[in-house]
Design a protein around this ligand. Structure first.
Ligand SMILES: *[C@@H]1O[C@H](CO)[C@@H](O)[C@H](O)[C@H]1NC(C)=O
Ligand SMILES: *[C@@H]1O[C@H](CO)[C@@H](O)[C@H](O)[C@H]1NC(C)=O
Ligand SMILES: *[C@@H]1O[C@H](CO)[C@@H](O)[C@H](O)[C@H]1NC(C)=O
Ligand SMILES: *[C@@H]1O[C@H](CO)[C@@H](O)[C@H](O)[C@H]1NC(C)=O
Ligand SMILES: *[C@@H]1O[C@H](CO)[C@@H](O)[C@H](O)[C@H]1NC(C)=O
Ligand SMILES: *[C@@H]1O[C@H](CO)[C@@H](O)[C@H](O)[C@H]1NC(C)=O
Ligand SMILES: *[C@@H]1O[C@H](CO)[C@@H](O)[C@H](O)[C@H]1NC(C)=O
Ligand SMILES: *[C@@H]1O[C@H](CO)[C@@H](O)[C@H](O)[C@H]1NC(C)=O
Ligand SMILES: *[C@@H]1O[C@H](CO)[C@@H](O)[C@H](O)[C@H]1NC(C)=O
Length: 318
């Protein structure tokens, strides 16, 4: 009898496995717990934004950020009651480029273009790799569409200069410590839970173009953030994703581009008196900020205003 109960409990456990979600971020796309569920959910996001930015040879690429609140029926959390409709906030990044092949194909095309300043006439000898660096943990106090606005141009250009100074890292492993960069110190106080930076190699021009198995395709997720599960009516964690400053640096050879965005305008303010809660994702900055701004976040606004004055030439940002 005892054994029978134990066996059926184990069976129940495996059929309806409780899934404990935790905050995690990293290269790749899909949390192991429920990859198909998350992949499908990210295609119909609650918040989505695209920044066009120029890579070193002048091509315009597109970086997209999607934020989804995924319904996760089997979630459990011993520290809170998740109710009958638990959700997990999920942020994904993907890229689109002008050509129709894989990212490696596109790099091979750039490597073969001697006029790009990156390649040579003999593409087979040009080893062009692409790194992505993501810095996560800053909170935006208003809708952002550019790094110079969000960070101040001194900080943004300091990051780009120190990357240029260090030269390309074939392993895409090291992002110069941004905490010591002039102009960044005050901005970074806004990272309540600390900053994470993730570097990854996205492509390599010398991988045979016809080898697609491990080559990145257009719109593949290459970076993600998942979170703890929350009851369906608690949007706090979702709002943390929407007000997070999304920051990406893309480096081809020794040339870097940097782009930023946030989705503060999408926050459905629970306070009734929010005139800006229209849900429109306009490209211009919103006037009133959402309820989630804090004293720390206000400092970011001040720096953003400073940054507008100094968008110097040399780094392309759209
Ligand atoms: C959740 O539980 C259902 C049964 O209720 C099961 O069919 C499904 O595969 C489970 N999903 C996950 C992601 O574990
Ligand atoms: C992001 O959302 C768009 C729809 O707005 C969708 O077409 C695209 O596939 C999504 N990207 C990812 C990586 O899921
Ligand atoms: C990609 O585009 C080129 C020309 O722009 C074309 O020749 C080729 O067939 C296309 N390949 C695919 C897979 O669509
Ligand atoms: C490289 O470029 C040259 C001309 O610029 C072209 O003839 C050649 O087909 C290109 N090779 C590849 C692999 O794209
Ligand atoms: C690319 O560079 C790596 C490391 O520097 C080297 O091992 C490799 O042979 C190079 N490949 C080509 C095709 O030049
Ligand atoms: C790029 O790919 C080539 C061929 O697979 C390899 O020899 C080289 O080491 C790679 N370069 C980097 C920086 O990973
Ligand atoms: C890719 O093309 C090269 C020559 O261009 C060929 O030797 C190789 O077998 C091809 N690989 C695949 C997986 O088709
Ligand atoms: C990219 O697309 C090709 C062709 O559809 C596919 O064979 C390949 O597995 C895809 N790569 C990845 C990483 O999903
Ligand atoms: C909503 O979720 C957050 C994060 O888990 C938690 O700190 C907060 O107490 C929750 N709010 C309510 C009203 O339960």
């Amino acid at each position: 009898m005892h054994n029978y109960i134990l066996a059926s409990a184990l069976l129940l456990k495996s059929a309806y496995a409780d899934v404990v979600y935790s905050k995690s971020l990293g290269a790749g796309g899909l949390p192991d717990e429920a990859p198909v569920l998350f992949r499908d959910a990210s295609r119909t996001p609650i918040s989505t934004g695209t920044n066009a930015f120029r890579v070193a040879n002048g091509e315009s690429w597109q970086w997209r950020v999607n934020i989804t609140n995924v319904a996760v029926a089997n979630a459990s959390d011993s520290s809170q009651d998740l109710g009958s409709d638990p959700h997990v906030a999920y942020t994904t990044y993907d890229l689109r480029w002008p050509g129709n092949g894989t990212l490696n194909d596109q790099l091979a095309r750039i490597a073969n273009d001697s006029e790009s300043g990156l390649g040579s006439s003999d593409s087979s000898t040009t080893n062009l790799t692409m790194c992505a660096y993501i810095i996560y943990g800053l909170k935006a106090s208003k809708q952002e569409t550019s790094c110079s606005d969000a960070l101040g141009s001194q900080c943004m250009q300091g990051i780009l200069s120190s990357l240029a100074l260090n030269g390309p890292d074939p392993t895409c492993g090291t992002l110069p410590s941004i905490t010591t960069i002039q102009g960044c110190t005050a901005v970074l106080e806004n990272a309540d839970d600390g900053l994470s930076s993730v570097g990854m190699q996205l492509g390599n021009s010398t991988v045979r173009p016809n080898v697609t198995a491990h080559a990145r395709n257009q719109t593949d997720t290459f970076f993600y953030v998942t979170d703890i599960a929350s009851p369906g009516n608690n949007l706090t964690v979702l709002e943390e994703h929407q007000t997070a400053l999304q920051m990406m640096i893309l480096q081809i050879g020794s040339q870097s581009s940097m782009t930023c965005m946030s989705f503060n305008d999408d926050v459905k303010s629970s306070a009734s008196a929010s005139p800006s809660a229209s849900g429109s994702a306009s490209a211009t900055s919103s006037t009133a900020s959402s309820t989630s701004s804090s004293a720390a976040a206000e400092r970011l606004v001040g720096l953003g205003a400073l940054g507008l004055a100094g968008l110097a030439a040399g780094f392309s940002l759209l």
